[in-house]
Design a protein around this ligand. Structure first.
Ligand code: NI
Length: 259
């Protein structure tokens, strides 16, 4: 069985003491691919660094809405160079976060649109962060014709109606640890209904730790528990869910299977 953690932040300082062992645990648990995701310029640079160091890690580079205020022309010009790195497979994470509003909303929207433009220009899929901004996310994805590049709604938290709209635009839906939580009824329904060929799994480590480790630091090995939970919800075997989501990950990121 092989698994693909399509969204993690393993460059985080929380792994500085034991990163190598943590990655070994992931490989021992069957995780064969990881995409490490940047959220600002330094973390995007660290992501490509990890991807250079570890053959099974790929990188996404981008500016999170929290950090949108800092994305000036110089940041964008450096980001554009990074996107062309051979192991960079997506632009992101990008999007809108109206829950914490750490950058003004008009700036978040502008930086989101600009990254969609960059991804279109360079032909890469996008990784979308959406928190309490479902309406504006869909509006901007449509206005910027994001269906031309496609990508991923990461840590999906919208309704089934929104999921359907994203699927129609050619996007993949990625489910993270919260699907294992006892009160995750709506998300569980969506995880069971998304067509199997458009479903992805992720950890968002070090955040969103799934049961039975909720409350502790998350790590890529734990994507196993997300897979196990969704397989149960869909009444298919863990092996089938793991293989399908791994193939989908390879497909959306355009990674040539090296096994
Ligand atoms: Ni993330």
């Amino acid at each position: 069985m092989r698994l693909f953690d399509t969204h993690a932040h393993l460059d985080d300082r929380k792994y500085d003491r034991d990163r190598r062992q943590m990655l070994k645990r992931a490989q021992d648990k069957g995780i064969q691919y990881i995409v490490n995701v940047g959220y600002d310029l330094p973390s995007s640079q660290r992501s490509t660094g990890l991807a250079e160091e570890y053959p099974f890690i790929y990188a996404a580079v981008g500016i999170h809405p929290h950090d949108a205020s800092e994305a000036d022309d110089e940041v964008f010009s450096k980001l554009k160079n990074l996107v062309q790195h051979p192991k960079v497979v997506a632009v992101g994470e990008m999007g809108l976060d109206y829950f914490r509003d750490l950058s003004p909303r008009d700036v978040q929207q502008q930086v989101f649109r600009r990254q969609l433009g960059l991804a279109k220009e360079l032909g890469k899929p996008v990784i979308i962060h959406d928190r309490d901004a479902h309406g504006d996310i869909m509006k901007i994805l449509k206005e910027e014709q994001a269906s031309k590049i496609g990508g991923i709604l990461h840590c999906f938290s919208g309704s089934w109606e929104m999921a359907q709209e994203c699927l129609e635009m050619g996007f993949y839906i990625s489910i993270a640890g919260p699907v294992t939580f006892h009160n995750a009824r709506k998300l569980a329904e969506i995880a069971a209904k998304v067509p199997l060929n458009r479903l992805l799994i992720e950890t968002d480590a070090p955040y969103l730790t799934p049961e039975p480790f909720r409350g502790q630091r998350n790590e890529s090995a734990h994507v196993y528990y997300v897979a196990e939970k969704i397989a149960g919800l869909r009444k298919i075997s863990l092996a089938d869910l793991a293989e399908a989501t791994t193939r989908n990950g390879l497909e959306v990121f355009g990674i040539k299977d090296h096994f």
